[in-house]
Write a protein that binds this ligand. Structure first.
Ligand code: F6P
Length: 426
């Protein structure tokens, strides 16, 4: 399992309890929160009661099954909700840190029971309630996500939407919004137009508010590209602040052509690092861009400017240590991958906040970390992710997955060999 960061606040155990009628984007929020907290290094898991229901009671249930006056069904639904909660509490007992209980939790009584069980287990509880009355948003959510669930497999889409609307109406009969007397909560109203926080204290709940304030469900692509080849890349040297090579400049020109084709006259937010090679690449696009120090390449400290061969020869113990644990290894007077992830958090939140496409022109280690976040890979995998030079990675997020396209823009038949091929443990 992913080892906890050495510098984290002690004994973090947070239960996030989702609340809201069906089709209010709870699962979207739960998954995004899970990805964010996992990426920050917390053992995180979503417990989705809908999945328990499908697994234990069968998936093809029509709206009558969700009618609160259907006592038999209500008892069965309460049973699967308890199973998911039991599993979450057992998982916390095994070292879980951020558990997300994804269910409607639509009555005060149900929430009081969930909160009591969590508190008995020593967990901090925050309700995250998603409220939305915009019929268009609700219907689009039903069509985009619910119709693809096994519940409606093989059914006429309009009949499925009508059934789901009746399911919502059944939940609405008993739904009670969260009240201040129930404890800590965050209400996300109209897909983030307004966010209300009540009695939020401590480090993790504060991160939760920070993240939710910036989250929105609009899908738009994020493009990741390394700067064009630099003179250090040719020599296999780490870090430094070298200029682009002629091949790197040629890539920048092709990137400009790609952007013009993809975006046209549309808006594009461009982030670069503060290093020469990424700024030189971005300049050719002739669009405004924002420089972030947080996007600078991993700091190789005393090894900056060396090749991997030189490190092996001159600092063999350092070379070995990195080979043993490339994620945790920190260069002398430099950084580790874990350090890089930590400093990238504001960039991640900024990317979440943007509603237009975003292009990040940066460096190998930094883009590995961003890619791991966007593709929901565990952070310890990031040192090994393939991010070649002269290749644009287009990631288009949705609720349940992120579509990836890689476009090679180099002059050669395949991406140039990058220095990381010689890097320990890649
Ligand atoms: O070689 C290019 C580079 O961006 C270096 O500046 C950096 O140290 C390295 O890649 C990161 O890759 P790895 O973690 O595989 O050494």
């Amino acid at each position: 399992m992913f080892p906890p960061p050495r510098d984290r606040p002690q004994h973090v155990r947070l239960a996030i309890v989702m609340v809201g009628l069906p089709a209010r984007g709870k699962t979207h929020i739960a998954r995004r929160l899970s990805r964010y907290f996992s990426w920050l290094g917390y053992r995180t898991r979503v417990f989705n009661v809908g999945n328990y229901r499908r697994a234990h009671l069968g998936s093809q249930k029509d709206h009558r099954f969700f009618d609160p006056s259907n006592q038999e069904a209500a008892a069965a639904r309460a049973m699967v909700a308890r199973m998911a909660l039991d599993d979450m509490i057992a998982w916390f007992g095994e070292g879980g840190e951020v558990g997300i209980y994804d269910a409607t939790n639509s009555t005060r009584q149900r929430r009081a029971e969930v909160a009591a069980r969590c508190q008995e287990a020593g967990l901090q509880v925050v309700f995250v309630e998603s409220i939305c009355e915009d019929e268009e948003v609700i219907e689009s959510n039903i069509r985009q996500t619910k119709l693809h669930m096994p519940d409606y497999a093989g059914m006429d889409p309009d009949a499925a939407v009508a059934d789901f609307q009746q399911r919502i109406a059944n939940y609405a009969k008993v739904y009670e919004p969260v009240e201040p007397s129930e404890g800590s909560y965050i209400k996300v109203i109209d897909v983030g137009r307004k966010v209300e926080a009540h009695r939020i204290q401590g480090y993790l709940p504060s991160r939760l508010v920070y993240f939710l304030i910036n989250l929105h469900p609009l899908p738009r692509p994020v493009y990741l590209a390394r700067h064009g080849e630099s003179t250090f890349n040719i020599e296999g040297r780490l870090g430094g602040d070298p200029p682009l090579s002629p091949r790197g400049e040629a890539f920048a020109a092709r990137l400009a052509g790609y952007v013009a084709k993809e975006i046209g006259e549309g808006d594009l937010v461009i982030f670069t690092s503060t290093l020469r090679r990424s700024i030189e690449t971005a300049r050719v696009l002739v669009r405004p861009f924002v420089e972030w120090r947080a996007l600078d390449e991993i700091d190789a400290g005393d090894c900056d400017g060396m090749t991997y061969e030189e490190i092996k020869r001159r600092l063999p113990a350092e070379y070995e240590a990195r080979k043993q644990d490339k994620f945790e290894y920190r260069y002398p007077r430099g950084e580790s991958y874990r350090d890089v992830i930590k400093r990238l958090e504001p960039v991640i939140v900024e990317i979440e906040r943007e509603r237009t496409p975003v292009l990040v022109i940066a460096h190998q280690a930094v883009l590995r970390a961003l890619y791991a976040y966007l593709m929901d890979h565990p952070p310890y995998e990031c040192p090994f992710i393939d991010i070649p030079l002269h290749t644009v990675i287009k990631l288009t997020p949705s609720t349940y997955a992120c579509k990836e396209e890689r476009v090679y823009l180099g002059p050669d038949p395949s991406p140039p060999i990058t220095s990381s091929k010689n890097s320990p443990s890649t």
